[in-house]
Structures are given as C-alpha cells and as structure tokens.
Design a protein around this ligand. Structure first.
Ligand SMILES: Cc1ncc(COP(=O)(O)O)c(C=O)c1O
Length: 239
C-alpha cells in the first residue's frame, strides 16, 4: 500500500495536481470499503480526481479533490497462466514518449494502452508489448516485461518510458537479495524473441511466463524454469 500511494503522489505531482487527502485517510477509506466487501482477495482501484468545476481545460477550475475507491472480489488467477504460459504480440501502436504523456505517471488516461490491448485481443493474445519511438521495448499494457538471456535477468530501464511497477521494483530487490545476475537494459523485439525465457509482472498478475511473442516460440514453448523459481520466491516474499 505504501509503495502504491507513493506512486500516486509522485504521479499527481508530475501532472501538477495537488492532493488534499492524507495517505492515512486514503488507507482508512480503503479499509472501510473492504470491510463492506468482505472477500478474501480484492481488486482495489484508488482514483483521485482534481474535482468538479466548469467545463474547461484549465485545471484551476476544479476546486476540491474527489476520492473514488473501487473494490471488487478478485478470484485467484487462472492456473493455466502459470502452468502453460501466455502469448503476447508486439503492438503496432507506440508507447507515448516521456516528453509527451509520461508513462511513469499512473493516471486514468489508458487510451494508449487500450489501443495496444485491443490489437492483442483481435489477435487472440493475452497482452501486447509496446515499443517506444526508438524501437525499444517499454512494457505490457498493464504489466512490466522481462527476459532471461544466458542466465541474466533483464528488464528495460525506466528511461525507456514505462511505468515503474511495484512488482518490478520487488523483483529487482529480490534479484539483488538472492545475488541473481540482473540488469536494467534496453531490449528490442528481436531480443525478446531470441530470449531463453520471457515473463511479465504486475501486482494482480504477479509473475506470468510468456511462451510466444508474435509467432515466435520462446525456448521450449513451456514456462521457463528460472521464471517459475522467481514466481515462487516472489510469492514467498509477500508473506
Ligand atoms: C502501464 C502499466 N505498466 C506496469 C504495470 C505494473 O505495475 P504494478 O507492478 O505496480 O502492478 C501496470 C499496472 O497496472 C500498468 O498499468
């Protein structure tokens, strides 16, 4: 929760949106919402808006932040994601650049991601991987992307233009703690397709093996061993 709220504050700051709530107020409201929902596992979306006002582009017209908390029961993820792995495509649409709509800002504006995801849906894929305007991999539509090549775990650097996932940070910490070989380095679609293992990460999806990129099978076409070990280690680090 702390990391997610820190990211919310960082994002608001980047778009010049003051937040009048305290973090502890938001935590209390989330707990209150969950106490009504009464489920074992929940999806929670915390939305802070600038507030209401005249229809205009001028943010100053909005006076008072609104806080919206959306919570719903979240069933356990399908086991086939982890047992069989998933397929992704490389999207035609490019990720917005850090100089225009910075992907590091987690906002309600998901149109870029939605258009990429729509490409994946139309091709029967699980997700779409988005390239930046220099042709480097950024991220999935709601996940971060990783490869393992010759024993080294590699994920694109934040400067490639992507959202710093909380799970991404946890996996990097875990790799450091476990003294695994890892680096943050630009990768191209060709590197993704030639990797020994590929996987994606997010808070709700955790660590999901990718076994196909476009029509290219990754490794043996089964979830990679190192990916499965990382998932195990990640899950035990949550407890
Ligand atoms: C664009 C994008 N990238 C990456 C992620 C993964 O972030 P996290 O690990 O914090 O869930 C998300 C999660 O929603 C996302 O929307």
């Amino acid at each position: 929760m702390d990391e997610h709220l820190d990211r919310l504050w960082r994002s608001a700051n980047k778009i010049d949106m003051p937040i009048a709530f305290t973090k502890s107020k938001i935590i209390a409201e989330v707990q209150r919402t969950l106490s009504h929902l009464k489920v074992k596992r929940a999806y929670i979306r915390i939305v802070v808006t600038r507030g209401e006002g005249e229809i205009t582009l001028d943010p100053q017209a909005a006076h008072e932040n609104n806080l919206v908390i959306i919570a719903k029961e979240l069933n356990e993820n399908p086991s086939w994601w982890y047992d069989d792995g998933v397929e992704v495509i490389i999207a035609d649409i490019k990720r917005t650049s850090s100089e225009s709509m910075d992907p590091a800002v987690k906002s309600g504006n998901y149109l870029n991601n939605i258009l990429a995801f729509n490409e994946a849906v139309k091709q029967g894929a699980f997700d779409a991987v988005m390239l930046n305007h220099d042709g480097f991999i950024t991220e999935g539509t709601t996940s971060n992307i990783w490869i393992i090549k010759d024993g080294v775990i590699i994920t694109p650097p934040l400067k490639a233009g992507l959202l710093g996932g909380i799970t991404r940070a946890k996996i990097l910490e875990l790799a450091q703690r476990e003294k695994l070989s890892f680096k943050e380095e630009n990768i191209r679609a060709t590197d993704l397709k030639a990797a020994d293992e590929v996987f994606l990460t997010s808070s709700t999806k955790r660590v999901v093996p990718i076994v196909k990129v476009d029509d290219q099978q990754i490794g043996s076409g089964k979830p990679g061993k190192k990916t499965q070990e990382l998932l195990k280690k990640y899950l035990s680090s949550l407890n």
